[in-house]
Ligand binder design. Structure first.
Ligand SMILES: Cc1cc2nc3c(=O)[nH]c(=O)nc-3n(C[C@H](O)[C@H](O)[C@H](O)COP(=O)(O)OP(=O)(O)OC[C@H]3O[C@@H](n4cnc5c(N)ncnc54)[C@H](O)[C@@H]3O)c2cc1C
Ligand code: FES
Length: 253
């Protein structure tokens, strides 16, 4: 884990309210794995006080990329950083997706901003696996397909792609995948991950998900990001340190 000061290279808008920020950070680019995250200091003042966590979205040479959904003061400040302005970044944090293994099909399932870690996952898997991406949102503006391959989309209101949830879309296509040769990677809101877990258990598919919670420290000190473990009742893991990626069998969603 490093603390680095890294300059913003550029920030481009790729979707309604979604921006990709390129940051020159050779130290982090060298070591970060798909599924890990960064905790970024927002301001040199006391407000906003806490760092804000962001998934690593992609890596290219000495540059790292984050996907920003501008929801509040912190993301607003970061997205408005000009080229050359510095970001104080803590990372890489957490574990990442386990992309190793002799499965043939990588099934990516993303809901809303849950697409953020998958451009980097896609880049790492593209040459070795068949990738199938299922990307959903409540409506058209929530469906983010940036950096993804072989995409099927869904919206809850039917404005784009399949009319229904991304999990229903996945189940409609599940006959295409043999459980012994496929692995699922998911990220999105907790109810979506819960439904994904059910489907994966039903069809005996190995599945890892990237989870989320409010965070403060980002590395296991403040105990502010618990998630219940399935191993033992009332045993909790920490999303920032033990996750954010878990096998669905290991956590209560
Ligand atoms: C491991 C991890 C990875 C993340 N990756 C990304 C990413 O790649 N891109 C991105 O844009 N955001 C990501 N987030 C969420 C991001 O950290 C929050 O959106 C951000 O902290 C909001 O800061 P803010 O000051 O702009 O908004 P705030 O003023 O802090 O909050 C604005 C609104 O967003 C809600 N919010 C804040 N944090 C979260 C959260 N963790 N989950 C859901 N809602 C939240 C608040 O409840 C509030 O309604 C991630 C969070 C975690 C824990
Ligand atoms: S954010 Fe502090 S322990 Fe997880």
């Amino acid at each position: 884990m490093l603390i680095v000061n890294s300059p913003v290279v550029e920030t481009i808008q790729v979707h309604e309210n979604i921006f990709i920020q390129k940051i020159h950070s050779p130290e982090i680019a060298r070591t970060v794995k798909p599924g890990q995250f960064l905790n970024i200091r927002v301001s040199e003042n006391y407000f906003p006080l806490l760092r804000r966590p962001f998934s690593i979205c992609d890596v290219e040479d000495e540059n790292i990329f984050i996907m920003l959904n501008v929801t509040g003061e912190g993301t607003k400040i970061i997205v408005h950083k000009h080229p050359g302005e510095m970001l104080d970044i803590l990372g890489p944090l957490g574990n990442g997706f386990n992309l190793q293994g002799d499965y043939k099909n990588a099934i990516i399932v993303a809901g809303g901003l849950g697409s953020a870690p998958f451009p980097f996952v896609t880049k790492k898997l593209r040459n070795d696996k068949n990738i199938f991406s299922f990307v959903g949102g409540r409506t058209k503006n929530d469906v983010i397909t940036y950096g993804l391959d072989n995409v099927l989309t869904s919206t809850d209101d039917g404005a784009l792609g399949f009319n229904g949830t991304v999990i229903q879309l996945l189940e409609n296509n599940i006959y295409k995948f043999d459980s012994t040769t496929s692995k699922v990677f998911g990220c999105g809101p907790t109810p979506m991950l819960r439904a994904l877990k059910e489907i994966c258990i039903k069809y005996k598919l190995d599945c890892e998900v990237s989870t989320e919670s409010a965070m403060a420290c980002g590395f296991g000190i403040c105990q502010g990001c618990p998630i219940e473990s399935t191993a033992q009742k009332d045993k909790y893991l920490l999303i920032c340190k033990d996750g954010p990626v878990f096998n669905v069998k290991d956590v209560v969603l």
